[in-house]
Design a protein around this ligand. Structure first.
Ligand code: FNR
Length: 188
């Protein structure tokens, strides 16, 4: 691995084929600045949290693997949908598993440069979801970056049918976000 390369691990909170947030994560991958790579992680294999299962078997393999990927990355980027004016359950569930056991929190999330972006077909562009993530990011001990914001509203127009981010203004906003976030992560 190139030690000069800043690695941002992006976790989209939706993996349906037409997901705007998956498309946004892919756009981030394509728009990463020089010296920075954006990798995608999937939460699709993570089961619903179950304390009995954790007590008997510990965290499931896909959770353990993703924990290691987060720990190894320079930065974490949550690409969040908005459900019912708040965080989406599947991504919250994944984060809940990833936060176990609590003795591992510092290794996985401690001081981790963390960003939030998101897309929705509505006018808010995930503003409420992003705000609702803040207490979670705080509890995890992350180092959130607030230098810029990416709220993709009216997502059906921002992306084309193939999932490409075609809105030129938003492409610029996302590129500037990634540039600032990568700098923040590299300076850590
Ligand atoms: C939504 N959606 C939605 N959108 C929004 O802007 N504010 C909201 O509060 C909600 N609430 C909500 C609840 C539930 C249960 C669903 C399934 C959806 C719409 C949501 O933004 C839309 O389905 C997106 O397309 C979801 O993201 P992906 O799958 O495209 O990445």
């Amino acid at each position: 691995q190139d030690t000069d390369m800043t690695t941002i691990l992006a976790i989209p909170g939706s993996w349906r084929s037409g997901s705007y947030n998956l498309a946004l994560a892919r756009a981030a991958q394509a728009l990463a600045p020089a010296g920075c790579t954006v990798e995608l992680a999937s939460i699709a294999a993570i089961p619903v949290y179950d304390g009995d299962s954790e007590a008997a078997q510990g965290v499931p393999a896909p959770v353990a693997e993703l924990k290691d990927r987060i720990a190894a990355a320079d930065a974490l980027l949550l690409v969040t949908p908005e459900y019912n004016n708040s965080v989406p359950g599947p991504l919250k569930n994944a984060i809940d598993w990833l936060s176990r056991p609590a003795s591992d929190l510092a290794r996985v999330f401690g001081d981790k440069p963390t960003g939030l972006i998101g897309a929705s077909p509505g006018p808010g562009g995930t503003r409420l979801a992003q705000a609702a993530w803040l207490p979670v990011l705080r509890l995890l001990g992350t180092r959130p970056w607030f230098g810029k914001s990416v709220y993709v509203a009216d997502a059906g127009k921002a992306f084309d049918a193939g999932g490409a981010l075609v809105d030129e203004r938003l492409r610029g906003v996302l590129a500037a976000y990634l540039q600032g976030f990568a700098q923040f992560a590299a300076a850590r």
